[in-house]
Design a protein around this ligand. Structure first.
Ligand code: NAD
Length: 479
């Protein structure tokens, strides 16, 4: 087993003083490291370090100095992408080739927000009152808390850190207890980039102790949370009691609608990739594929053919496209969803745990369930596994009704060659992101977030700057 990791507080690595947890490699079920569960005192030390750094220099750092530090961090992440990608891959099971891509993508995010660092400003407002000058200042909040899940740990930490730092906030990051290592490794690069001590801190731990302490801490001004909807509700309730600002990126049950006039080959491939990538452990997984009845059988055949060749195995092998689920509990949960569907729907592919060389890890086969009705459990709850449900529909109105018949609203897709239909349907899908003739496209420049139970606020784009700034109006009476 690897060594016990430490917290990163005030620019120093500190040994944890509370209990520890064991971090497992989901491909082998074997321990990778012990990590400390941050106590309320350690969270307090991190928030105080952040506040000190904010009050004593970071708040007043020039925008160009913030930009340069962010660009340096982006360079370091890009040049260490192979190594940090391996850390993430071993820790949470996404294929290494993809975690390298994720690191490069995280670097691009930072570059994008580095570009904003010296473009965040207020307005001058002409008033009707005589002899007045009125202007606004856009100021940082102070200390931001970033609570991060395990499924894309590096990018989801950066989606919060980059805009928060560009706006002039200090930050405390809490990685997931299921995969903390890539975010901890990132702290070495933060230090190397030269951020002043305390501007970025990281306390590892679970939700019940460490996450809660961070949410409750009166020194935290804004909480940026990504995780499950049930946890998000708890975080929002407790933040609400203290009138703290929150940004919540939560779960999804996204519908990908394939019309008969679409490029069916491309739609079948993207439907497969959109659901099976990262072993279906994506908030934006296209887990409900709605297919027009007239092409249903052809489409099903094509998506089965695609999924049958989706290479599942050791994430460190360059040819692997899908690794394991995160842990035993997740594996059991995914298989229970499939079992539950057996009564009313048809398991057209997969549906079982993989054995042989993979028996020690938490591997399942890519799974396709056909003949699903939208009222079945498999179509209503977020599975967070490689299970694609095919739901037939008769016409456009029915497709839209099924797509929107969910508590979630994270993403949606439309496959059609009819320009009018593409825009008509895109407008009617109740989701924060709609893709036309593609799936999974996410860019630093664009806002990302949920309608309904999929979240509040946006990450990405200029919209994320609203989360990390507050507006002050200055009214000056001139003589
Ligand atoms: P989770 O809700 O179990 O945990 C997320 C984080 O919250 C972890 O760091 C955890 O320790 C912490 N946490 C747990 N309880 C807490 C509490 N009471 N107070 C404060 N923090 C607490 O989610 P997960 O299993 O790590 O991630 C999977 C979920 O995340 C899925 O539902 C997925 O859809 C969602 N997700 C959403 C997005 C998005 O952008 N919308 C992106 C990725 C993942």
């Amino acid at each position: 087993m690897g060594a016990t990791t430490k917290h990163f507080i005030g620019g120093e690595w500190r040994t944890g003083e509370g209990s520890t947890m064991t971090d497992l490699n989901p491909s082998t079920g074997k321990p990778l490291a012990e990590f400390p569960v941050g106590t309320a005192e350690e969270v307090d030390a991190a928030v105080r370090a952040a506040r000190d750094a904010f009050d004593n220099g970071w708040r007043d750092a020039t925008p160009s100095s913030r930009r340069k530090l962010l660009l340096k961090l982006a360079d370091l992440i890009a040049s260490n992408a192979t190594e940090i990608g391996k850390v993430a891959s071993e820790d949470m099971g996404m294929p290494w080739a993809f975690t390298i891509g994720e690191a490069m993508f995280a670097a691009e995010y930072i570059e994008y927000y580095a570009g904003w660092a010296d473009k965040i400003h207020g307005d001058t407002i002409p008033l009707s009152a005589p002899n007045t000058l009125d202007y606004t200042l856009r100021e940082p909040i102070g200390v931001a808390a970033a609570i991060v899940p395990w499924n894309s740990p590096l990018s989801l930490a950066i989606w919060k850190m980059a805009p928060a730092l560009a706006c002039g906030n200090a930050i405390v990051v809490k990685p997931s207890e299921l995969a903390p290592l890539a975010v901890l490794r990132l702290m070495d690069l933060v230090a190397e980039a030269g951020f002043p001590p305390g501007v970025v801190n990281c306390v590892s731990g679970d939700g019940a102790l460490t996450g809660s302490a961070l949410v409750e801490h009166p020194g935290v001004g804004v909480i940026a949370f990504t995780g499950g909807t049930a946890t998000g509700r708890k975080v929002a309730e407790r933040a609400g009691a203290q009138l703290k600002r929150v940004s919540l990126e939560l779960g999804g049950k996204s519908a990908n609608i394939v019309f008969a006039d679409a490029d069916i080959d491309a739609a079948a491939v993207q439907a497969g990739v959109g659901c099976f990538i990262n072993t279906g452990q994506q908030c934006i997984a296209g887990s409900r594929v709605l297919v027009e009845e007239s092409i249903h059988d052809t489409f099903l055949e094509k998506v089965i053919a695609f999924a049958s060749n989706w290479a599942t195995g050791d994430p460190l092998q360059p040819t692997t496209q899908m690794g394991p689920l995160i842990n035993e509990a997740s594996l059991e949960r995914v298989l229970a969803f499939v079992d539950d569907a057996r009564g009313g729907a048809e398991i057209a592919l997969g549906g079982e745990r993989l054995g042989g060389d993979l028996a020690d890890g938490y591997f399942v086969a890519p799974t396709i369930v056909a003949g699903v009705r939208n009222d079945m459990r498999i179509a209503r709850e977020e599975i967070f596994g490689p299970v694609l449900s095919i739901i037939p529909f008769r016409d456009e109105a029915e497709a839209i009704a099924i797509a929107n018949d969910t508590e979630y609203g994270l993403a949606g897709g439309v496959w059609t060659n009819d320009l009018h239909r593409a825009h008509r349907v895109a407008r009617q899908i109740q989701a924060g992101t709609v893709w036309v003739n593609t799936w999974l496209a996410v860019n630093p420049q664009t806002p990302f977030g949920g309608y309904k139970a999929s979240g509040i606020g946006r990450e990405g784009g200029k919209e994320a700057l609203d989360v990390y700034t507050q507006i002050k109006n200055v009214y000056v009476q001139l003589r």
